[in-house]
Design a protein around this ligand. Structure first.
Ligand code: AR6
Length: 205
C-alpha cells in the first residue's frame, strides 16, 4: 500500500489537504512476481497487456475495459497497426489510462473442444512476445490479464500453467531479466485468485 499526500499552497504555506491511499490487492509476491486482484486499468505499472482480438479494434472482456478506459484515441491508433496475429504482440500509447505508459496488445488462442499443442504454444508466445515488446520499449514493469481464459475459452488452470512457465523462462534468462523489475498477474475473480495463489510459490520459489 502506498500513501501520497496532496498539498496545496495558501499564503506560501504548504498545507496538507488530502490523503490518497492507493490500495493494491496483492495476493502473492515473490521476488519480481506479484499476483494482484484488480481491474487491470486501475494499476500503476509501465505496461498493461490487453487480451485483444486479431483486428485490434476492441471487443468485450478486458479488451472492452481497456478501450473504455483509454478512450477513442486508442481505437484510432489500433486502426493503423494492421491487426495482430495469434501469439504476437503490438504496442500503443495508453491515452486516458494515465497510470500506465503503454498498452501491449496480444491475441490469445481460441480453444474449441479441447486444448491443442498449438493452443499451448500460441498462449506461451503471447506472454513471451509481450515481455519482449516491453523490454524493447524500455518498459520495466508489466501486468498481464489471464489471456484467453474468458471469451476464448482456455481452461483457467491450464492457462495459468503456461502463463507462469512463460514468465519464469523469461526471468530465468539473465540478459532479459535485468531489464524487467516487476511482472504482475492480474486475477479477476476467485477462481484465478485460488489458482495463482497455489501455482506462484511452486513455480517461482
Ligand atoms: N481487468 C483484469 N482482468 C479482466 C478484466 C479487467 N478489467 N476484465 C476481464 N478480465 P477476456 P479472452 C479477465 O474474455 O478470453 C474480447 O472480446 C477475465 O476474467 O477478456 O482472451 C476480445 O476482443 C479473464 O480471466 O479475453 C477478444 O475477441 C481474462 O480477463 C476476446 O474477448 C480474459 O478474458 C479475447 O478473449
Amino acid at each position: 500500500m502506498r500513501q501520497t499526500t496532496i498539498t496545496s499552497f495558501f499564503n506560501n504555506q504548504k498545507v496538507p489537504t488530502k490523503k490518497i491511499v492507493i490500495k493494491q490487492n496483492i495476493i502473492v509476491e515473490i521476488n519480481k512476481v506479484k499476483v494482484i486482484a484488480d481491474d487491470i486499468t486501475k494499476l500503476k505499472v509501465d505496461a498493461i497487456v490487453n487480451a485483444a482480438k486479431k483486428s485490434l479494434l476492441g471487443g468485450g472482456g478486458v479488451d472492452g475495459a481497456i478501450h473504455r478506459a483509454a478512450g477513442l484515441e486508442l481505437r484510432k491508433e489500433c486502426r493503423t497497426l494492421n491487426g495482430c496475429k495469434t501469439g504476437e504482440a503490438k504496442i500503443t500509447k495508453s491515452y486516458n489510462i494515465e497510470t500506465v505508459k503503454a498498452i501491449i496488445h496480444t491475441v490469445g488462442p481460441i480453444v474449441y473442444d479441447c486444448v491443442t499443442e498449438e493452443n499451448r504454444e500460441k498462449l506461451y508466445d503471447c506472454y513471451k512476445n509481450s515481455l519482449i515488446t516491453a523490454v524493447d520499449n524500455r518498459l520495466r514493469s508489466i501486468a498481464f490479464p489471464s489471456i484467453s481464459t474468458g471469451i476464448y475459452g482456455y481452461p483457467k488452470y491450464d492457462a495459468a500453467i503456461i502463463a507462469t512457465q512463460a514468465v519464469k523462462d523469461f526471468l530465468d534468462d539473465e540478459k532479459q531479466s535485468k531489464k524487467i523489475d516487476e511482472v504482475i498477474f492480474v486475477v479477476f475473480g476467485e477462481e484465478d485468485e485460488e489458482i495463482y495463489k497455489e501455482l506462484i510459490p511452486n513455480v517461482f520459489s
